[in-house]
Design a protein around this ligand. Structure first.
Ligand code: HEM
Length: 239
């Protein structure tokens, strides 16, 4: 089968079988495979290693990572000639389409690696603008690409809050929101229960002084405040 027809068939397979609520995680997974790339040493990158247990179980991939891999494994069983690297990337493209975004043709032919990508190469949410630029420069990407790619956060959730009002609709809401809602950039549609049980960390603290790691965590600002500082300033800075 010609490569373009095969790609279209596998993409359709994924769009049909992908639960809508898993779509953001598929997009994120595609980034987490490709985003380990180091342009200087030519290591990491879109080689499908995110499907290896060692990598998918990392803190970077908590959430729907494993169910995403299970869907990709079904696709692999039906289309064994397609590499894991292509399937992961196609999962990202299918996710955009599932959420009402454009059909993105990505081309097939990525090769698989058998060893997990090096650790600590992906951004986690608390980096400032300058560190984000450094991380993306390592991938061979500039600030414009960093800002454009960050628009992926129009989809999905963090800390039980959706980034935008419609977390399963592909739009430019992420950008308009960051520019207009300066004091509260993330949506708060899924509030925690009114009287939440204290989180385990706070319960553990009742008895005395917290371990250093917990004290450091508590000194961090809420994620949305950190996010506004870094991503908001990047967008406002312009090209
Ligand atoms: C610019 C640097 C980036 C940072 C700091 C960042 C950080 C984060 C964080 C902290 C989360 C929440 C994870 C959680 O709470 O479980 C998240 C979610 C997400 N990220 Fe990123 N990310 C970045 C770039 C990207 C890129 C380039 C893409 C894709 C092109 C992407 C796609 C997503 C998606 C779709 C979600 C939602 C996942 C879900 O709801 O399951 N991110 N990101």
């Amino acid at each position: 089968m010609p490569s373009e027809s095969l790609e279209a068939e596998v993409r359709e397979f994924l769009v049909q079988l992908m639960p809508l609520e898993h779509a953001p995680a598929h997009l994120r997974l595609a980034f987490h495979d490709a985003g380990t790339y180091d342009a200087r040493t030519q290591t990491g990158g879109a080689h499908g290693t995110v499907h290896l247990p060692e990598e998918v179980q990392r803190g970077d991939n908590t959430g729907w990572g494993q169910p995403c891999i299970e869907l990709l494994a079904e696709a692999k069983a039906s289309y064994p000639t397609v590499s894991w690297a292509d399937l992961v990337a196609l999962g990202g493209a299918a996710a955009v389409q599932k959420c009402g975004g454009p059909m993105i043709q990505i081309g097939l032919g990525r090769t698989d690696a058998s060893v997990a990508a090096p650790r600590n190469r992906l951004p986690g949410g608390y980096e400032g603008a300058s560190l984000l630029k450094t991380i993306f420069a390592r991938m061979g990407l500039g600030p414009r690409e960093l800002v454009a790619l960050s628009g992926a956060h129009t989809l999905g959730y963090t800390q039980r809050r959706s980034f935008t009002r419609h977390p399963w609709a592909f739009s430019n809401a992420y950008f308009t929101q960051l520019l207009t809602q300066r004091d509260r950039p993330l949506e708060h549609r899924h509030r925690p229960p009114r009287r939440p049980r204290p989180p385990p960390v706070r319960r553990a603290l009742r008895g005395g002084r917290a371990p250093l790691s917990i004290r450091l965590c508590r000194s961090l600002p809420p994620l949305d405040v950190a996010w506004q500082r870094s991503h908001g300033s990047l967008i406002s800075a312009g090209p």
